[in-house]
Design a binder for this molecule. Sequence first.
Ligand code: F6P
Length: 555
Amino acid sequence: MLLNTDSVKPSIPENSCNPLWQQLVEHKKDFSNTSIAQLFEQDSDRTEQFSLKSSGLLLDYSKNLITEQTRRLLTDLARQAGLQTAIESMFRGDVINQTEGRSVLHVALRGGFQDNPKIAVNTDIQNVQDDIRKFVEQIESHQWRGYSGLPITDIVNIGVGGSDLGPRMVYEALSPYQNPTINIHFLANIDGSDFTNTVHGLSPETTLFIIASKSFSTLETRKNAEAARSWFIQQGGTEPDLAKHFVAVSSNVDAAVEFGIAQDQVFPMWEWVGGRYSLWSAIGLPLALGLGYENFKALCGGAHQMDQHFLTADFEQNMPVLLAMLEIWYQNYFGAHTHAVIPYDHNLRHLPEFLQQLDMESNGKSIGRSGQSITYNTGAVVWGGSGTIGQHSFHQLLHQGTQLIPVDFIVPLRSHNPVADHHSHLVSNALAQSRALMQGKTLEEVRSEMKGQGLDSGEIDRLAPHKVVPGNRPNNMLLMNYLEPSSLGALIALYEQKVYVQSVVWDINAFDQWGVELGKQLSQTIHPQLVDPDLVPDFDSSTNRLIELFKKGKI
Ligand code: F6P
C-alpha cells in the first residue's frame, strides 16, 4: 500500500492571480494511482529525461512523483512568480532585501560581477582578497610569528551562525586538503564547555584568534572573544603581544577596533553579504588559512560556475530551480513539512547543520514581501546526517513512518580515503536507500520471501504486515566525482540559489531574519535577574520560578 496523500489539503495561496497554483492541485490527482516505480516501468528513458549535469554535479531527480507535465507546470509556476526577473535583479545588484534596504551580492564575491559596472564593489572585493592572500602567505611562510618568535600552529575561529557554520562545514568537508602544519578550531557556543574544550592543549605562543562577526555585537562571539583575551594574558601573553594573536573579520570595523584589534588587522566585510551567505567573504579566512588560498579560490570558482548555470539555463534544465520547485511540490501539495539531506560522505557530516541555517533562517517566514500574512507552507524543517550512520537510526521513519519526507542523497563517486572495499559498500548503500524509498516492498513480496524462508502460515500472517515497506517516497541523487573545492563550491551555491528560488515563489524575503531578535532581547532582560540577588523577577510564573531555581543552584 502506498503512502496515501490524497486526503492532504493543498497548502497554497488563496485567491492567487496565478492559476498554476490551482492547476497543480488538479495535476496532483494523477498520482493517486500511479507510483514512481510505475512511471519507471512506463518510460525506459525516464532517468535521461529527469537528470542533468552542471558545474561538476549530476542531479538525478527521476525518483520523484513527477512527469514531464509536472515539470512544465512547476517551472511555469516559477515563471509566473517572476523568477526570471528576480534572478536578474540579484545579479544586477538591486535592493532585493527590502526590509533591510540592502542588495544581496554574495554572488559578486565569487566573480559574479566581473562583467558588471559595479566597479566599486569589485575593487573592494579584490582589495580584501589581496589582504587575505597576503596574510595567508605571512602565516605559511612564518613571516608572521607569535610573541615568542614561534610560528602559528593553531587558529581559533570565534564566531556563530553564518560566521561559523559555513567555514566549519567546508573545513571538515575538505579535510584531505588541510594544511598539516596549521590546525583550525571553531569556537561558537557561549557554553563555557565549548571554550574550555577548544583551548585545551593550545599554547598562547602559537595560537591566533580570528574574531569573526559581521555585526561585532553578537553576544556569544563577544563573550568568547573576551574569554580568549583573558586566557591569552593568563597563559603568559602580555597586552602588547595581543596584536600578534588577534585579528577580526567584521563589517563593523569601529567596534572591532574598540575591542582592541588594530585597524589594519580587521578584514572588512560588507552590509550586502548576509551572514549565512558569507563564507565567500573574509569570513572564509580560516578556510584560506587552513586549506590554502588557492583551494579557497577554487571553492569560490565552483560556486561561480553554478551561479552562471543558474543565471543562464532554461528553468527545465536549471538545477537550483528544479530542486526548489520539487520541494515546493511536496511542501505545498503533499503535506511534507521536512526535508532530509543525507550525504554519503563522512566529511560532509556538518552539511545538514549548515543547510539548516541557510534554509530555515532564509525561508522560515510567515510574512510576505509586501507585509501580508502567509497562509501556506513555506520553509521546510531541514535535517539529516551522514550515511550510512542514519541507516541505523532515523531511516526507519523514512521508510515506514507516516510522513512523506523528501530526501537528497549526496554521493561522491570516488573517495579520498580508499580503505579496502569500503567505498563501494558506501555507494551501494546510498543507491540501495534511494531505490528502497522509491520501490518499497509489497505484502505479496514479503509473504513470498517469508515462505521461501520456511516460515509457517500463522507466522507469516502475524509478521508480514510489519515488514511491508510502502515505497513511493521521493528522493534526489546528487553525484560528483570527488568531494573537492570546486564541486563543494558548486554544491553550496546550488542550495543557496535553491533557497532563493523558493523565496521568490513563496513571495517572502530570504535575506532578513527578524525572528531571531526577540529571544536576544528577552535574554538581555532575563540575565540581570539571574545574577542580581536583589532583583525579583516579574515575568510569567514559569519563567519566574525557573529564575529562582537558577539562583538557588539546585532543583
Ligand atoms: O542571530 C542570527 C545571526 O544574526 C545570523 O544571521 C548570523 O549569521 C549570526 O547571528 C552571527 O552574526 P554576526 O556575524 O554578526 O556575529
